[in-house]
Write a protein that binds this ligand. Structure first.
Ligand code: DL6
Length: 825
């Protein structure tokens, strides 16, 4: 292992064992005789944490000393998953841990399983942030992540009688990966009012006074790079009462409940992650979370900058702040406030600095996900910020008016303040105006934002401000960690993992072996073993036995109408009806299929919950139908999360990425599935398009209408002749006959298509979906050709490493350079 030469590496398994034993006996105060798997996990993590901390401190010192530009990635979500396995692999000490633990009587796999996922995110957006942290550290960029330390991450999903039930996810019981920094605190102000004073020179200064103060306390999480000593920092803020204590006066007078009231109110801010994906709910507490987090982060960033004693105009040479969606947009306003109100800069100088510092990533074109806050709420919570937003808007609109005097309507179209009832602040517009670059996350998505939702801004600012950075995934977690079998097979052709996992384009070397019988055989064996692992997991969690020889068809992601899990389950019902209509002899010839679903619905999203209920209801009918046997099984895997994805993704033969064209900004699980040797069925949407470009259209199953036709189809469905696809009609009739339980339970899903305009074009795409699924069956029957497709696809996936993606951000948006570690000390 490369770290062996570092002072921070273990000197062999004996030293590792000694440290585990030391932690069991001293830190945990237990004896090795009663050391169970939980304690072994704790001690192993602490032993690894000790290693990380050494490099972490060195990295921070190196960065401070170099005083070069840093990147700050502001994200309300970091869906990190488990840390131990990742730490072992990134610092190259998993083998040491494996043999050391085995001597102590444990299996490394069992120990890894003890860890609770860090699930501080909803889905793609949060997982992308986690992949980016891995790449930033692996590529040696001086970078910090800033987020919130939610006490409750995304809820745990239980399926009871086929329905989703949400259970709180308290993940902080024992978390060895965070370091509370009780000395790093920031007091954050809310509410109050603004007074203005004028000095002798006539300069007016605003003072934000009064209101309520909540304390932000930093918790730091080390982020180890892969095969490098660079270890970056993720700083998560936790809220507590500014006084730190409860109210003794109230307590002494016997008012026990309200004596802790302030404390509880303050702690509520970072208590819980909002469980919505691609949906904006406009709740006051959410706005409070956003300001609390950006204000604390900016205070920290500014404090660090000020230590360098540089003039303010150099701020953008030292600091690049990336806004992960619009959630941190208030940071733009906060920096402007700091510069003009607290540091005394002129508006224009300050605004110049702000614009050069920030850049904004858009992750969605769905109107329901585009954030807006009511002016009244912002005024109440952040009175000074609202004034600044109005000034930003005024100067912006004056510029627009000067440059486009003939287009009066443009002013209301692009105004940051929407003149609706009530008036709203359009956060995406504020983010665009306050940033020097705006990017989409896949080519189609970036084109769509340029030509639809942000079209006017392209006219105003010019096309260069709007760029594309296609998303990526870290191959360390999503290949090496999740699929060790495939990773070592690839290594036999592509060379040392330390090389190809850092330059994923080296995967192309395996294409030379696509016809090598031994390689192909080994490839098939790895897939079968991964399918067996998933089959075992399915059996242990659902009791259902599935054959690993069947075709595994997987759709795992948040449940959303635009992602069209409903179309998938309608297709499954169609398949079931077809099987039922066959003779037993015919049925025996059919290629068996296991349809696997997983994903959470937002608790308030009624339709998404109906979809989960239908999947489970279909499963209980199909799986118990003696006519069907192994020919079809329908599985819903409870509580889909990062660590489950690591088991599910390597086992897939075909996975479904079937959003209505133009709705899925990118998707990243599509990349993970192909990288793990599965093929995909998908629409011409998001990154599917670039995956097709890279791997070749002969290796992907594309179907459905194109994004450019969606508006016309929707119009036709609402105002014209909306004929339901006959196969879908048949499926609906069976649902309505009560075959899968009370038809009333699924009426909403059926009438959304039949009576309410079929907004997601399920009927319009259904025929081509079924045809393409048939093609999948036929292709899978030819295993030789199938394996060729899989190997070829993996070989061509190098583009989708998040390292490529981070290098693009660094060069085109942030203008930062990596800081090479000194590997000799
Ligand atoms: O960019 C990461 C991820 C994309 O892969 C998904 O396609 C997209 O749906 C998701 N967007 C969001 C938007 N949520 N908000 N706000 O999660 O981003």
């Amino acid at each position: 292992a490369w770290l062996k030469n570092q002072a921070s590496g273990f000197k062999g398994k004996d030293q590792f064992e000694k440290e585990v034993v030391r932690h069991v006996e001293t830190t945990l105060a237990r004896s090795m005789f009663n050391c169970d798997e939980t304690a072994a996990y704790a001690a192993t993590s602490l032993a690894f944490r000790d290693r990380l901390v050494i490099e972490w401190n060195r990295t921070q010192q190196r960065q401070t000393f170099a005083d070069s530009k840093r990147v700050y990635y502001l994200s309300l979500e970091f869906l990190m998953g488990r840390a131990l396995d990742n730490a072992m692999l990134n610092i190259g000490e998993k083998e040491v841990a494996k043999s050391g633990l085995s001597e102590l009587g444990f299996r490394v796999e069992d120990i890894i399983q003890q860890e609770h996922d860090a699930a501080l995110g909803n889905g793609g957006l949060g997982r992308l942030a986690a992949c980016f942290l891995d790449s930033l550290a692996s590529l040696n960029f001086p970078a910090w992540g800033y987020g919130l330390r939610y006490r409750y991450g995304i809820f745990k999903q239980e399926i009871i009688d086929g329905y989703q039930v949400e259970v709180p996810d308290y993940w902080l019981d024992f978390n060895p990966w965070e370091f509370p920094r009780h000395d790093v605190t920031v007091d954050i102000q809310f509410y109050g009012n603004v007074n203005k004073t004028t000095d002798d020179s006539g300069k007016v200064t605003a003072h934000w006074e009064g209101g309520e103060t909540v304390r932000a306390v930093a918790y730091d999480v080390p982020i180890p790079g892969y095969a490098t000593p660079s270890t970056n920092n993720l700083r998560l803020w936790s809220s507590q009462a500014a006084s730190g204590e409860f109210d003794f006066q109230k307590f002494n007078s016997g008012d026990y409940e309200s004596s802790v009231g302030d404390q509880q109110r303050a702690e509520t801010i970072s208590a819980v992650l909002y469980p919505n994906d691609n949906l904006d709910r406009g709740k006051e507490l959410r706005l409070k979370q956003q300001y609390f987090w950006v204000a604390a982060s900016l205070y920290d960033i500014v404090r660090r900058f000020k230590k360098s004693k540089r003039p303010w105009r150099e701020f953008p040479d030292q600091v690049a702040i990336q806004l992960n969606d619009t959630h941190p947009t208030l940071a733009i306003v906060e920096l402007q406030r700091i510069l003009i109100d607290l540091e005394g800069l002129d508006w224009d100088d300050a605004w110049n600095i702000v614009q050069q510092t920030f850049s904004y990533t858009n992750h969605t074109v769905l109107p329901e996900a585009l954030e807006k806050w009511s002016v009244g709420l912002v005024q109440h919570l952040l009175p000074r910020h609202l004034q600044i937003i109005y000034d930003i808007n005024l100067f912006f609109l004056q510029m627009v008016e000067r440059n486009f005097p003939k287009d009066r309507e443009m002013l209301s179209r692009v105004s940051i303040i929407e003149e609706s009832q009530p008036k709203m602040v359009r956060m995406a517009y504020l983010a665009i105006v306050g940033s020097h670059k705006v990017n989409g996350v896949a080519e189609l998505h970036s084109d769509l934002i340029r030509t639809t939702i942000f079209k006017d801004f392209v006219t105003i600012f010019g096309p260069d401000k709007f760029v594309n950075v296609t998303n990526g995934i870290t191959p360390r977690r999503w290949l090496h960690q999740a699929n060790p079998g495939l990773s070592s097979l690839i290594a036999s052709k592509a060379g040392d993992p330390e090389h190809y996992l850092k330059d994923l384009t080296l995967l192309n070397k395996i294409e030379l072996s696509v016809n090598d019988p031994a390689f192909r055989k080994a490839w098939a064996e790895v897939k079968l073993a991964n399918k067996q692992r998933l089959a075992d997991y399915i059996k242990s969690t659902t009791g259902i036995v599935v054959s690993p020889k069947a075709l595994f068809d997987v759709q795992v992601k948040r449940i959303h109408e635009y992602k069209r899990q409903q179309m998938n389950i309608f297709g499954v019902i169609f398949r079931y009806l077809k099987l039922k209509s066959m003779s037993p002899e015919e049925r025996k010839k059919v290629l068996p299929r296991v349809s696997i679903f997983g994903g959470k619905a937002a608790p308030g999203y009624w339709m998404a919950k109906q979809i989960i209920h239908l999947i489970n209801s279909v499963g209980s009918v199909v799986n118990n139908d003696p006519d069907i046997g192994d020919a079809l099984k329908v599985i819903f895997l409870e509580d889909y999360n990062v660590s489950k994805a690591e088991i599910i993704i390597p086992a897939s033969d075909i996975s479904e990425h079937i959003s209505t064209a133009g709705t899925e900004a990118s998707g990243t699980s599509n990349m993970k599935f192909v990288l793990n040797g599965g093929l995909i069925i998908g629409t011409c949407d998001g990154a599917n398009i670039e995956i097709t470009r890279e791997i070749g259209e002969e290796n992907i199953f594309l179907f459905g209408n194109l994004a450019e036709d969606v508006d016309d189809l929707r119009h036709k469905n609402t105002y014209g002749d909306h004929k339901i696809d006959p196969s879908l009609d048949k499926v609906f009739n069976v649902i309505q006959s009560g075959t899968f339980g009370n038809a009333q339970d699924f009426q909403g899903m059926v009438s959304a298509v039949r009576e309410h305009g079929d907004f997601y074009l399920v009927s319009d795409d259904f025929h081509s979906y079924l045809e393409t699924q048939e093609l999948v069956d036929k292709s899978y029957a030819d295993q030789e050709l199938w394996i060729t497709k899989c190997i070829t696809s993996v070989a061509r996936m190098g583009f989708f490493s998040s390292d490529r993606c981070i290098n693009e951000y660094a060069e085109e948006i942030w203008n930062v350079e990596p800081l090479q570690p000194d590997t000799n000390n």
